[in-house]
Design a protein around this ligand. Sequence first.
Ligand SMILES: Cc1cc2nc3c(=O)[nH]c(=O)nc-3n(C[C@H](O)[C@H](O)[C@H](O)COP(=O)(O)O)c2cc1C
Length: 314
Amino acid sequence: MTQTDKLDLSVQIGSLTLPNPVGVASGTFGYGEEYAPLLDVNTLGALYTKAVTLEPRAGNPAPRLADTPAGMLNSIGLANPGMEAFITDKLPFLRTLGCPVIVNVAGSTEDDYALVVERLGSEDGLGGYEINISCPNVAHGGMAFGTDPALVERLVKRLVSIRDRAPGAASRRPVIVKLSPNVTDIGLIARAAEAGGADALSCINTLVGMVIDTKRKRPVLARGTGGLSGPAVLPVGVAVVYKVSRAVAIPVIGLGGISCADDALQYLLAGAVAVQVGTAIFSRPETPLEVLGGIRDFMEREGVSEVRCIRELL
Ligand SMILES: Cc1cc2nc3c(=O)[nH]c(=O)nc-3n(C[C@H](O)[C@H](O)[C@H](O)COP(=O)(O)O)c2cc1C
């Protein structure tokens, strides 16, 4: 048996055990099928799907993407085929995967979120819900929920009680709340989600940004602003995870700007139990597997046998 075989990479998120801490972030990995030819999806710690909303959404008008010095700006606006098409067209493939699938849920109203979680409760093949209350690219809902602690607590409480009433194993699926960094005090929002009964938190979604085309003298994105992601947001995400993991007792999943193992290790040292790789996948789909390999190497080098103990090194 090699040293690597003795490493415990598993992560506990509520009742769900992730085989390893490296997942792929919502919106950067579609619904899995698109990337299956490019890397072994089964070796991921978790696959967080593109957002699913009650009704199909076309998203925002183009252009929806812009380059920035150390990342990208997007204003996709939660484009997705809607809940019923997700169930009929996407879920059958997702059910064949060997890694946990966590469905990212978004909405314009509290009822939207509630109806999606209720309907998905009768479908098998899902490991949990990631509740997106932090999308900066929609006019209604999204970030509007994620910036008000009272709304966050009420929404999470409602979704948790719907989850609890689901049949069988679906009643134990973790509810993970994805937080926005576009707030004054993220600790307040994190505690509100925890008070509502969230099993875990994901930090961070994108930061609001704008790129202006100086020749046209217009914003590059049709919507004006978009969400900044990629290396530029790494230090912001690490600082948020450091703060939030000390503000709550539930697990925190870190993401934002991870493009190598060292970036992921910063999150794990800051207090995250797991990480997600997002924008980096667009240029290098193999990044999540390289990140996992680098975490293993670090554990061997440092003599840490359980991934959950990395945070104790800080
Ligand atoms: C093109 C694109 C689409 C995204 N769509 C979603 C989404 O549907 N739901 C969500 O919660 N986050 C979405 N995000 C945010 C990412 O999941 C992640 O929080 C953010 O990009 C920061 O991580 P990164 O810097 O590694 O990309 C999207 C990001 C990008 C770049």
